[in-house]
Structure formats: C-alpha cells, structure tokens
Design a binder for this molecule. Sequence first.
Ligand SMILES: Cc1ncc(COP(=O)(O)O)c(C=O)c1O
Length: 416
Amino acid sequence: MNLSKFGEKFTRKTGITQLMDDLGAAMAGGEMLMLGGGNPAHIPAVQERFRQRMEDILAEPSGFETLIGNYDGSRGNAAFIAALADMLRETFGWEIGPENIALTNGSQNAFFCLFNLFAGEMPDGSKKKILFPLTPEYIGYADAGLSDNFFAARRPSIELLDGGLFKYHVDFDALEIGDNIGAICVSRPTNPTGNVLTDAEMLHLDALAQDKGIPFIIDNAYGTPFPDIIYTDAKPMWNPNTVVCMSLSKFGLPNLRTGIVVAREEIASAIADINGVMNLAPGGIGARMAIDLVRSGEIMRMSREIVQPFYERKALQTLEWFREELGDIPCRIHKPEGAIFLWLWFQELPCTSAQLYERLKERKTLVIPGHHFFPGLENEYWQHKHECIRVTYAQDEAVVHAGVRIIADEIRKLYA
Ligand SMILES: Cc1ncc(COP(=O)(O)O)c(C=O)c1O
C-alpha cells in the first residue's frame, strides 16, 4: 500500500495504539485485571436515569424515528446547545450563547480539530506548536498533530506532601512562551495524575496566553459542572480567550461520543466547519439523552451528589489499599484531586515503567506505563518518566483490590 505522509503518520504503531490493542485483546480474553484503560464506571443511579430517559424518548410520538433518522446541523443538536448555553450562563455568569458552542464526536475529536487549527504550518510558512505547560499530560494528545514535532512541553515542579503524597505544579520560572507557540493546553483534572491545577495557576496561564494573543485550551473532560470529578475547590473559568472542552463521556455516556467546545464565536464556528467536512454533523444521541438533565440542571446535581462522591470514595479506598500493600516501598502517590486514576511514582525503580508494565501483564494485570504521558517531551531524557504508572480505580472494587495486591507484590520483588 502506498501511503501518503498522512497515511504513514496515522497508521504508525504508537504507544496509544499498542495499548488499545492490548486492552482489546485483554477484554476479549476476559481474565485480565483492567487497571489500564480510561473507561468510566457504570454507576447504577446514572445508568437508571438514562434507561428511563431512553424509555421516555421511545414513548414520545416519533421519538425513536427522529432519534435515529435525522441529521443535526454541523454545529450539533441546536436544542441541546441552547440549553447548555443557558445553564453555563446562569450558573457561572459566562457571557455566552449558542453561537459559542459546537458539539463534536467525543472531545477527543475536538482536540484533534483545535490543535490543528492553531498549530502546524501557518499560512506564512512558519511553524507553530501546541504547548503543554505541565507534563505528565493526557496520552490521547500525543498523536493528534497533523505533522511531526507538533508539541512543546515542560516538566513540572514537584511538591512533596505528607503521607507519601506529592503534587505537580506548573514551573512558571521555566515557562517561556516563544512566538512558535500557537495555543496552550491543559487537562484539569489531569489525566493521568488526578492533579487539579490551582486557580492561581489557571489565572497565570490565562494571563500568559492573553499576553501572547494565543488561545488557552482547557480540557474539562472530568471537570465541573459535569461530571465534576473534582475533590478540591476549583473555580471553572471561561473568557473569550479560553476554549473549554467538555464531554458527556465521564458522566456515563462514553459510547455516545459527545464532546462540547465552548469558545468565542469564530472558534466555535470553525469547529462546526470542520465537523461539516469530517462528519457532516456530530452524532446527536448523547445530546438527546442529556437535554432534559441540562434544562433542569439535574446534570449538575447528579454530578455533585452521585458521580463525584462515587469516584472520591474509590480514590480514597484505592489509596488506602496501596498504602497497606506497599508498606515501606519508596512509592509516592500523586495527591488524588480528581479524575479516575492514581499516579504512582516509584523512586529509583529498579527497571523502567515499560518493563514493569510487561511484568504486570504477565500476571494478568494491566496498568499504563508512565512514559507515554509526556507528549512533547518524548526526546528528553528524564528518569522520572520511567518511574511512574497510571492505575484506574473506576473498575469494580474486587478487580481494583486484586490488581493493587499484584502490583504491590511485583514491586516488592523488584526492590528486593
Ligand atoms: C483528559 C481527557 N480528555 C479527553 C478525553 C476524551 O474523551 P471523549 O472523547 O470520550 O470525550 C479523555 C478520555 O479519556 C480524557 O481522559
């Protein structure tokens, strides 16, 4: 097969495709402890609410037929967008209307569009990059550029905390933003670490972006007001220079592929234009399933009262299990402030995290080795990149507990 540069780039076996293959194979085998993937939990109260909603749609005259039989516009389901704009304006005072929102087929798709809108080859021939001011960052960004050398990234500063915890911060002293940066992007809460950048850090990044006249992209896939998987105080932010990306996935609808971009009008329109070319229109089932919850504000209440406590309980429980099982092994864990993962740092790990991943896979336990989470720092040697793993706590308790025991056992052998 003669492939174009595009073809070669997007069919290359990358870290994430190899991991997705492992995940698929493991799912098919059925006996793996899946502490690797990012699938959200099946929360009974949320699923029950959506089951009811689906039954209501089916009972409406033409409900089923319009659900499956009509395209939305390229910006996405107009009624859902109007309800969401109202909710965000009324809840946070953001000065937005429907013209500021576009839907995408999952927020993953939004990042692909946004990154390539703002970086790559510019009309004057110059090249720009997307900057991750703090890595570790979301693995799913790593291959989303249309050209190579698409990302720039910085190491964090590390604050050691009591109780064997630590927290990453943006190292503003090292954060020079050159003219080759087209946009800044952070996930908050951060996948893989569960870090929630502080309000001060967000304001500082926002100010730097405004200063440079470049957009500040905030990946709010786990953030507020839904699914609100945040265990600390964190103010949401939006202004015409920020691009806030949200998703219905972690609230409980990952398979309906509904991403949401909230941005100034010209950016939201650009997303709609790309949707038209790439997809005609984003799928609308997620929007139809969630519209009542958005209109009533129930999506925020359920996030706060059901989704957030569900994951916080799991985070604390998993942390406790690791503490019990690891004993005096030199392992620090990133302070769990949100999202659905624990990030473990084994100082002076006697092998690489990739080797640890393989050893755990032999023992039917899947985690994600940490070195994949440094998009933009691929070519920079830093021992820390090879000392960390990501473990999800979204799975059933028995699975997580069994996985924690195997990880701890394997680690103990390694340090011995
Ligand atoms: C930080 C982050 N951003 C974006 C996504 C993409 O999610 P989706 O495309 O399902 O909205 C994920 C999925 O795991 C994620 O963890």
